[in-house]
Design a binder for this molecule. Structure first.
Ligand SMILES: [Fe+2]
Length: 314
């Protein structure tokens, strides 16, 4: 009898334990299935959103070769994000960027927000018409120089920055910190060209010749503006290969003319850049061919000395 009761109790415990086991098993299976379904639903939403954005871009911009650089970059970011989504790399920090981007470009018109998110650089707008600087710089040269050469530097830098240690830095900071190489070259050329293009005005509007403290400092150091111009031009003509000649100020306000090779800028030497002549052939070859000196001499007519004085800021 005693053994029978023991047996019954044992069987009862077994049955109860089994029941609990089944309840636990049912609960965890249900939890797993619902979590997986939720994740799949979420991923499906992301995929759908990606397709919507992609369709929107494709219908509004039929020819990808006509994409503005930021649009091209956006498409590349989206493709990269979609690949990560497909590969299940949802923990990748770049995937979070992809999701933010999806949110922003869900309405494509919010492109400016997208640009600021990725701190992209854009092509500086010319404050004058393409033919406004003729005859010193022809419309054809200006259009290639600004629209093709500078645009290429902007595009290249925007491709190089995402994920790099320079992402989010101001242009000058990148130029000061980046070692010789593609980031430095493209950032340097953007900074150089921005200062170059914004120092000009049409000959009739440009303030001819320095004034105020800048004029006094030039006369103090060179004796006359003409002597300064002669040295500046000579250093431009004498620069071997591609580069820039600069007038800069040091921390005490003293002026210095430097020759910078390639993409370099005086900020690398701790100087404040004021005035520059681009002596890369792309700046003058269509108009002047090999006559670099003639081109440099013509540039004085379109230098706006008000802008140079404002940069000097003393
Ligand atoms: Fe240039």
């Amino acid at each position: 009898m005693y053994f029978l009761s023991l047996k019954l109790r044992f069987e009862d415990t077994l049955v109860r334990n089994n029941k609990e086991k089944w309840i636990f098993l049912w609960f965890f299976t249900h939890l797993f299935v619902s979590l997986s379904a939720k994740t799949m639903k979420q991923e499906e939403r992301w995929r759908r959103r990606y397709d919507e954005v992609k369709n929107f871009i494709e219908t509004n911009k039929r020819n990808p070769s006509k994409y503005a650089p930021e649009e091209r970059l956006m498409v590349n970011f989206l493709k990269r994000g979609r690949k990560m989504l497909n590969a299940g790399q949802l923990a990748d920090p770049r995937f979070t960027q992809f999701l933010e981007l999806l949110k922003l470009c869900n309405r494509y018109k919010r492109i400016n927000q997208w640009k600021s998110l990725y701190n992209m650089f854009t092509l500086v707008q010319l404050p004058y018409a393409m033919e406004a600087l003729e005859p010193a710089i022809s419309a054809q040269t200006l259009s290639f120089h600004h629209g093709k050469h500078l645009q290429a530097y902007v595009d290249n830098l925007n491709k190089l920055l995402p994920g790099s240690e320079y992402e989010g830095m101001a242009l000058e900071e990148i130029v000061r910190k980046a070692p010789a190489g593609p980031v430095f070259n493209n950032a340097g050329q953007i900074l150089n060209h921005e200062l170059y293009f914004t120092q000009f005005k049409p000959a009739g509007e440009a303030v001819q010749g320095p004034t105020g403290e800048l004029a006094a400092q030039i006369e103090k150091q060179w004796g006359s503006v003409e002597a300064f111009k002669a040295e500046f031009e000579a250093k431009g003509v004498g620069l071997f290969g591609s580069g820039w000649v600069w007038l800069s100020a040091d921390a005490d306000g003293s002026l210095v003319i430097t020759q910078e090779q390639g993409a370099s800028n005086p900020v690398v030497k701790g100087l404040k850049p004021l005035l520059t002549f681009d002596v890369w052939e792309h700046a003058y070859y269509l108009d002047y061919q090999n006559r670099r000196a003639a081109h440099l001499s013509a540039l004085w007519q379109i230098i706006d000395w008000n802008t140079i004085a404002a940069r000097y800021g003393r």
